[in-house]
Design a protein around this ligand. Structure first.
Ligand SMILES: [Cu+2]
Length: 349
């Protein structure tokens, strides 16, 4: 309430000032003294432009230098080298244009302020200048975009055969991951099968689901291609693995994917960063609602042998939730029983 009152007060003061200004201008017209005169306000404004430029440039360079570490996150993937290269080339080129452009902008406002002695030159057009400032940016931008397209096609190309597959599903407000299990196949899912426990909506008429497992952490093997199959259950989320330069939206109803090769194990990264508690993390980078901040999951990069060992001891989701054996069709009960180590439901009845 108090803020609203202040807001209304500020608006009223502004309106009054505006009215005063208009009355003053009308008075000037009436008195016949509306001719432009060289007032001190021009000089003050010119100087303020210059001051703003200097303060702005200082702040720009200070911030860029002080925060540069945030842009130099250690990279732990093959394609991340390309992404970083592109980022820095683009940043440097646009940074130079930004600084020069702003200096020109503020300097001209100061240098060519109104003065009685100066008369503006009539200068309708200059073809040479127009061509220069159209063609140069066009070439630079075409090169940047072309380079970007080339890198992007390379990164999003088909994953190599035999890539490790991990399904990532985002929902308000957490990530769930599912692995294909021993058969190497992710089972089919159906949104109508989703309930409080079967969050993936796994369809148990597909036998590929029997050995699928749902761990609490993501594990991936070092040096091998990993394919992320990404989906969302409710609203837009976005899979973000900053150290691997992986970012891909999770869209409800439209599965996406991203594949990459992790190059440093968690242990190696702990050594490199000198932080014994370092963990790779998966974050959500799409504001998806109230609990957005809590969408974090730890990702572990293992040496290939450790990864195999971890994979082998994971328990199928169905084993952990035996009541879902009832959803397995009669003719697949035997198969499910072998995959999960559970008794068939039919035998029990
Ligand atoms: Cu989210």
């Amino acid at each position: 309430m108090f803020q609203v009152a202040i807001g209304i007060g500020v608006v009223l003061v502004l309106v009054i000032l505006l009215m005063l200004f208009r009355v003053q201008s009308l008075l000037n017209v009436a008195k016949g003294s509306d001719k432009k005169i060289e007032s001190t306000s021009n000089r003050v404004n010119g100087l303020l432009f210059l001051l703003f430029m200097i303060a702005g440039l200082i702040a720009f360079f200070w911030y860029s230098i002080a925060e540069v570490d945030n842009y130099k996150l250690p990279n732990a993937s093959d394609h991340g080298i390309l992404t970083d290269q592109m980022f820095w080339i683009t940043t440097v080129i646009t940074g130079i244009v930004f600084v020069l452009g702003n200096i020109a902008l503020f300097w001209f406002a100061f240098r060519y302020q109104y003065k009685e002695a100066n008369k503006a030159t009539f200068y309708p057009d200059n073809h040479k200048l127009e061509i220069i400032w159209t063609v140069i940016p066009a070439i630079v931008l075409t090169l940047l975009v072309g380079y970007g397209l080339k890198v992007w096609t390379q990164i999003t190309d088909d994953p190599p055969q035999g890539a490790e597959v991990v399904e990532i599903m985002g929902y308000q407000f957490a990530w769930k991951v599912r692995y294909p299990g021993k058969d190497g196949l992710l089972g089919a899912y159906d949104y109508q099968k989703i309930d409080a426990i079967n969050e993936f909506g796994m369809d148990f008429s597909d036998k590929a689901n029997f050995d699928d497992f749902v761990p609490r952490e993501i594990h991936v093997p070092k040096g091998q291609p990993v394919l992320l199959k990404i989906r969302a259950r409710d609203v837009l989320h976005s899979v973000y693995l900053p150290h691997f330069r992986v970012k891909m939206d999770a869209v409800p109803g439209m599965p996406t994917r991203f594949w990459f090769v992790p190059t440093k194990s968690t242990a190696e990264m702990r050594e490199e960063t000198g932080n014994p508690d370092f963990n790779y993390e998966l974050a959500c980078t799409e504001i998806c609602g109230r609990g957005h901040f809590s969408m974090r999951m730890v990702l572990v990069v293992d040496e290939p042998a450790d990864y195999k060992a971890w994979y082998a001891i994971q328990e199928p989701w169905l084993t952990q939730n035996p009541s879902y054996m009832a959803q397995v069709p009669a003719n697949l009960q035997e198969v499910a029983s072998i995959a999960t180590g559970l008794e068939t439901v039919i035998d029990n009845n």
